[in-house]
Design a protein around this ligand. Structure first.
Ligand code: B12
Ligand code: SF4
Ligand code: SF4
Length: 233
């Protein structure tokens, strides 16, 4: 159980529940987020965003079967959602209002014409603001120790918690464009992602086998995928 509403105690409990990383961002760091996608749009009284991350096992990238990678991704989804659910529930028992952000589905915003979905809060942007890393040109969070092989989750809380510093390292290698050039869907431009193009090649569904993620090249081809080796000059 969380014994007191403070950053150190929440982080202790988050680690006890199996998280590899935890950082805290004040809601004020999200003023540049689009209207409707700020933490205070989801929880009006939100003051702090607790962001957690689980390590995505590297071995799955060695498998030629997308089913193994998908299985691991689905396990992480369940594990982190259970963790943020638990943290929210324990904070509530201590008198806080605390709302977990789903690590994947469900989310509300969907533009069918662009096949563009948007989480209720963007977890990669939240992780940057909680000091867990920086965003690479592949639009993924890159942490100095664990690279982009992370699965993210978050809890919005109405408590003022001591925030973490934003990371001061650079995510991308100087002049690197490897992910942009390698993407089979040409979905990346170095700033954002054309979801329609990525979705067309990165997910497949069959009645017999269910859903599989058929592309993850932008994460596995990145020289920083398992941690930051060389900082940008
Ligand atoms: C929808 C979604 C997708 C979509 C879009 C991906 C994307 N990059 O946005 C598709 C289906 C393509 C996708 C693919 C994948 N995904 Co995905 N996905 C999500 C999901 C559910 C929502 C992301 C979202 O809202 N995107 C829309 C907006 C935010 O992105 P954007 O267009 O770049 O944002 C622009 C503006 O909207 C604005 N903005 C939006 N919010 C904010 C907030 C602030 C503060 C600011 C300043 C700006 C801002 O800034 C951007 C610049 O134009 C998140 C979970 C979550 N809730 O965050 C996981 C998530 C991003 N996915 C993840 C992963 C791992 C993947 C895949 C690797 C899966 C795979 N195939 O193996 C690929 C990687 C593709 C890629 N290079 O991004 C991880 C990323 C982990 C990490 N290390 O960063 C997440 C965080 C899931 C998780 N719980 O860990 N995904
Ligand atoms: S998952 Fe594949 S298709 Fe989607 S952006 Fe990454 S490399 Fe491109
Ligand atoms: S492949 Fe290169 S450009 Fe792309 S995210 Fe990694 S370091 Fe950045």
């Amino acid at each position: 159980m969380i014994n007191a509403v403070n950053a150190m105690e929440i982080k202790r409990r988050v680690r006890e529940l199996g998280a590899d990383l935890c950082g805290i961002a004040p809601a004020a760091r999200f003023e540049d987020a689009p209207q409707g996608f700020q933490p205070t749009d989801v929880l009006k009284e939100c003051k702090s965003i607790i962001v957690v991350a689980l390590r995505f096992p590297l071995s799955t990238l060695s498998s030629s079967s997308p089913a193994a990678y998908t299985f691991v991704r689905n396990q992480l989804c369940g594990k982190i959602d259970t963790l943020t659910f638990q943290i929210s529930s324990e904070l509530e028992q201590l008198g806080c209002c605390a709302v977990p952000v789903p690590s994947s589905e469900p989310y509300e915003f969907w533009d069918e014409s662009r096949r563009h979905g948007q989480g209720i809060v963007s977890l990669k942007h939240a992780a940057v603001r909680a000091g867990l890393g920086k965003m690479g040109k592949n639009t993924l969070l890159i942490n100095d120790q664990l690279g982009n092989m992370l699965w993210l989750g978050a809890v919005l809380a109405d408590a003022d918690l001591e925030p973490d510093q934003v990371a001061d390292y650079q995510a991308c290698l100087p002049n690197c464009n490897i992910c942009l050039e390698a993407c089979p869907a040409k979905a990346l431009d170095g700033i954002t992602i054309e979801q329609r193009q990525c979705r067309a090649v990165s997910a497949k569904y069959s009645e017999g086998g269910g859903g599989v993620y058929t592309c993850n090249l932008c994460r596995k081809i990145c020289p920083q995928y398992r941690g930051i080796k060389v900082e940008a000059g």
